[in-house]
Design a protein around this ligand. Structure first.
Ligand code: CAO
Length: 539
């Protein structure tokens, strides 16, 4: 029987009006009790609001940026209540610690013997005569409902057969290598409780290819096929003591179950164990598993050497850091350096700058560089592409949305100017100014930072002669611009003072090769030298 309950914010302690910073689930998604639904942030901590029960998300009435307090309803959850008994109002959620429950199941009653029962293989759908590849039980084992009894393997999938009763195993009637079908006996159990027969859950569709890590819309992480956290040891993986959903989660995250210590009954690996394992690696508290081995930076107690001041990273820094690292690790970066002669361009800009200012537009060199990039991206469409998620093809974008790195007090953000190919230099400069101001005030909306097909990072207003910008993956290239300077350039008979703009073009070498990169910056240089074409004033 289905029952819908409100999802209510549990007791948040001293906190009130806390900001929702992430929505972790979508409507229609199936969640388990304690799965995080949303993440909220106070000035002191970030915390997940857990699901009060197993079920399906019926509705969600909060968005990122909303403020919530204890008792607020943030959506509904539809549960299959089955044999469960309601003992408190369903709207009362567990506290953040998740120590109490609103539902009491028959597990709460004292165990009563249901006598000896035969454990059988349930309906296997289209499969018949499947091989037993693992036996997880032995005589004398005490098992719970949903504990895995055996793992079966067909030519398409591996699946766990979970227990439909709890009790003590009296005898095991199968061994590895046996062929079984629906109804085959697996063992005899001295049962203590009965429950409806659970479904057989598939652990994987393909036996050898773990699915790629999932990405959420809110987190535009690199879409390229990235290496798993570790190479999965299939033999060891199949022997690990874990439920199908835990195996599924492990495969999704590229976690080798062999390396995870289970904290459940009989060392069974739980969802929480997988999450803790991944968290420990990502936060550097545990060494990365062999295969993805990233050497750890040594942990130093700086206070031993002098006075220190510890300041928390800003939210933007916490978000951008891992993304930059993901790009740096996953993309083979190469940077092509070049100099572009912008003597004529700058002379014209100086003439146009004043009148533009009167119209409220700051006509900086960056607007011209953006306009020039449009021409270069049209000439070299690969630079405006991305690798497909499976890494098998290139996605060419017919649009030209340019991101630009903006330095703000909170950290680095990348606002996006859309359809730059349809705008003139003044429109680009105006939008640059507006988005830069919003960025500095921390007022950019998420949509204003999404959809870039290529990014420019300009340090020209600050200084420097060259740098190596990190590609804003899953884009495949980024243009770094440093400060233009007057340099002596040989014109065939003498050295001439020319204003040279340094370009640092970093690219994903899987997609763009060195010759293309050099052609790209050479072409860009030619376009920047043709100021009439950039301004659309050519005759
Ligand atoms: N050479 C010489 N002068 C330059 C120049 C260049 N390449 N680029 C800009 N300038 C000049 C501008 O013309 C302006 O002077 P005028 O007012 O006399 O014209 C002055 O420097 C300041 O420009 P600006 O930096 O305010 O404006 P912008 O359009 O060039 O850049 C923005 C806007 C948002 C990109 C910039 O303010 C910024 O935040 N840059 C930092 C980006 C960053 O941190 N990148 C690193 C990311 S990690 O890869």
């Amino acid at each position: 029987m289905a029952k819908t309950i409100d999802i209510v914010i549990p007791d948040l302690g001293d906190f009130e009006d806390v900001e929702v910073i992430e929505i972790l689930v979508g409507v229609g998604e199936t969640v388990e009790r304690e799965d995080g639904l949303i993440t909220v942030e106070t000035d002191k901590a970030t915390m997940d609001i857990p699901s009060p029960e197993n079920g399906e998300i019926g509705s969600l009435t909060v968005s990122v940026g909303d403020s919530i307090s204890t008792g607020d309803v943030i959506g509904t959850l539809t549960m299959q209540v089955g044999d469960t008994v309601l003992i408190t109002p369903a709207i009362a959620p567990p506290p953040i610690s998740g120590e109490t429950t609103v539902l009491a199941t028959e597990e709460d009653a004292p165990p009563k013997s249901a006598g000896k029962q035969t454990l059988v293989v349930p309906d296997l759908g289209d499969f018949d005569d499947v091989e037993v590849i693992e036996v997880h039980i032995a005589a004398g084992d005490k098992i719970e409902i949903e504990d895995s009894l055996v793992t079966l393997e067909t030519d398409k999938a591996a699946m766990d057969v979970p227990a439909d009763v709890a009790g003590t195993i009296e005898s095991v009637l199968v061994k590895v290598g046996d062929i079984v079908s629906a109804g085959s006996s697996l063992g005899i159990i001295d049962a203590v409780a009965a429950a409806p027969a659970p479904k057989v859950e598939e652990t994987a569709i393909e036996k050898t290819t773990p699915p790629p890590p999932s990405t959420s819309a809110a987190t535009p992480a690199p879409a390229q096929k990235s290496p798993s956290l570790t190479v999965i040891d299939e033999a060891g993986f199949s022997k690990a003591h874990a439920s199908p959903s835990v195996r599924k989660l492990a495969r999704e995250l590229g976690v080798n179950l062999v390396q995870v210590k289970g904290k459940g009954a009989k060392n069974r690996i739980l969802h929480a164990d997988i999450k803790a394992f991944v968290k420990a690696i990502l936060t550097g508290q545990a060494a990365s598993p062999a295969g993805s081995a990233l050497p750890k930076v040594p942990e130093i107690d700086f206070a031993k050497f002098g006075e220190i001041d510890v300041q928390a990273l800003t939210r933007i820094q916490k978000i951008s850091g891992p993304r930059l690292q993901a790009s740096w690790i996953n993309l083979p970066h190469v940077t092509q350096h070049d100099l572009s002669d912008i003597t004529e361009l700058e002379a014209r800009r100086q003439v146009l700058k004043g009148p533009a200012k009167e119209r409220g537009i700051s006509l900086t060199p960056l607007a011209f560089v953006m306009k020039a990039c449009v021409a270069a991206l049209q000439e070299f469409p690969k630079v405006n592409s991305s690798l497909s998620a499976d890494g098998e093809s290139l996605v060419f974008k017919k649009y030209c949305h340019l991101g630009f790195a903006a330095d703000t007090p909170q950290g680095l953000v990348v606002p996006v100017i859309r359809d730059v190919d349809q705008k003139d230099v003044y429109e680009i400069a105006a939008e640059l100014g507006e988005l830069s101001a919003l960025a500095r005030e921390g007022q950019l909306k998420a949509a204003q930072m999404q959809g870039a097909s290529f990014t420019i990072s300009s340090l020209g207003g600050i200084g420097g002669t060259a740098f190596t910008p990190i590609v804003n993956a899953p884009e495949v290239a980024i243009l770094g611009v440093s400060r233009a300077s007057l340099q002596p350039v040989w014109n065939g008979s003498e050295f001439e003072p020319r204003l040279m703009l340094p370009l640092s073009f970093s690219y994903d070498h899987r997609v763009i090769d060195g010759a293309q990169a050099a052609r790209f910056t050479t072409f860009l240089g030619k376009v920047l030298a043709d100021v009439d074409a950039l301004l659309g004033t050519s005759t």
